[in-house]
Design a protein around this ligand. Sequence first.
Ligand SMILES: Nc1nc2c(ncn2[C@@H]2O[C@H](COP(=O)(O)OP(=O)(O)OP(=O)(O)O)[C@@H](O)[C@H]2O)c(=O)[nH]1
Ligand SMILES: [Mg+2]
Length: 460
Amino acid sequence: MSFDIEDTIVAIASAPGDGLRGIIRVSGPDAIACLQPIFATADSTSISNCTSTDSFSGSIKIGDQLDLPGELLIWPTRKSYTRQPTAEFHTIGSKPLLQTALSKICESGARLANPGEFTLRAFLSGRIDMTQAEAVLAVIDADGTDQMNVALKQLAGGLAGPLGEIREHLISILAELEAGLDFVEEDIEFISQEELTAQLTDAHTSLLKISQQISNRDWTAETVKVVLYGMPNSGKSSLFNALTQTDQAIVTQVAGTTTDFVSASLPLAIESGALTVELIDTAGFETATQDIKQKSQQHRLQQQEQALVQLFCIDGSRAPEQWELDQLSSLDPNTIIVLTKSDLGTTIPLELSESAPTVVTSSLNSEGLDRLREQLCSTVMESQLGETSVVGSTVLRASESLVEATRSVELAIEAASGRLGEELVAAEIRQSLAGLGQVVGTVYTDDILDLVFGRFCIGK
Ligand SMILES: Nc1nc2c(ncn2[C@@H]2O[C@H](COP(=O)(O)OP(=O)(O)OP(=O)(O)O)[C@@H](O)[C@H]2O)c(=O)[nH]1
Ligand SMILES: [Mg+2]
């Protein structure tokens, strides 16, 4: 990763694939100079005279006889995402045309941007902090809407806002202390000991509150719901009992035995510790006319919606029903197909779906139950991985630095109330500021930068 921000970079910034709109982004000291010779405005004005944010209709000359028409947006000053002169050319989303325009801009003096380089520049210029940079990454990476929401919340300054206030507060205390230190000889007190202790205690309370908020946000440990669903009599309740080793769910040979959902926690052993999911048994599918049946079906659907993983139970000893075939063609992403009653023989083909794994089980002789537990573990882990890897790592790093920052403020309070000397109080406050800086990314290492920005898409 190059941290050089003096050259001008360019990339296609619209999403890959042929979309309706194509965007080319240029940023750097020579952004406008690179575009000036190849972009002709419709009204023949010159873009080099542009002094404030503006947009121009016109076209980029991409061949002897070929002009690519579009709209050129220019941010000529520091008021841009990267805090450098920046321009965006919005045109039709045709990849070959965009590529040609891109090489024209390169010939004119820009170089191709590395992945994440625009965001890196925004970060290096202080435009965004590390938590926001990671959030941008999470938005790009996000495939689930939950993950997207978390990411967006973070972008809106989830951590950065309140932490920034505490930092400013500590900086102003430090400034008063340091002003006092310069006048020790003259015995001028800039801040009284009581005032100092009170202000530090305020900062301490706010820090504790933020730590609390972070640990309350259940990023990784949220109970995962796993729901059993399928036709009546497909063996859901039997499997529920077999997995949870209880007889909590009623089992009979009458189809439609289960009418309300039953749930129990199911511990699963995994390498890195234990993972406990909530297993839920639901009523079998039927087209319900009676009130009570309609309610059961509503409950089932509700549970299915809330569940992270679905175990689709199919009685493997008989031919599949139409409803089951319909379901198979539109399975939710984290579904595991469970073919039940293997002790009665399995007549259904084992590879029912390409998108979902299939496990053959018998609740009677416990065949396949361990394999099902294993499959459940990996499905849960996989589905959670995306969510925890980006946002979770920010949170982990943030919490560690926050603990250190909070501890330093405690030491500062002790030093202040014990009259141990203002130098010592100031030193602890500086220590605390360094910790907070780490959280918001003002203090950063090249490793962290590489890790975060190296994973961006080009053009972001
Ligand atoms: N041989 C055998 N029979 C099973 C197995 N699992 C379930 N059964 C039988 O299949 C019938 C239905 O089982 P349930 O577990 O109640 O099925 P369900 O899917 O919960 O049914 P509903 O609650 O009506 O939707 C019962 O007679 C069970 O004894 C199995 O693994 N082997
Ligand atoms: Mg049942």
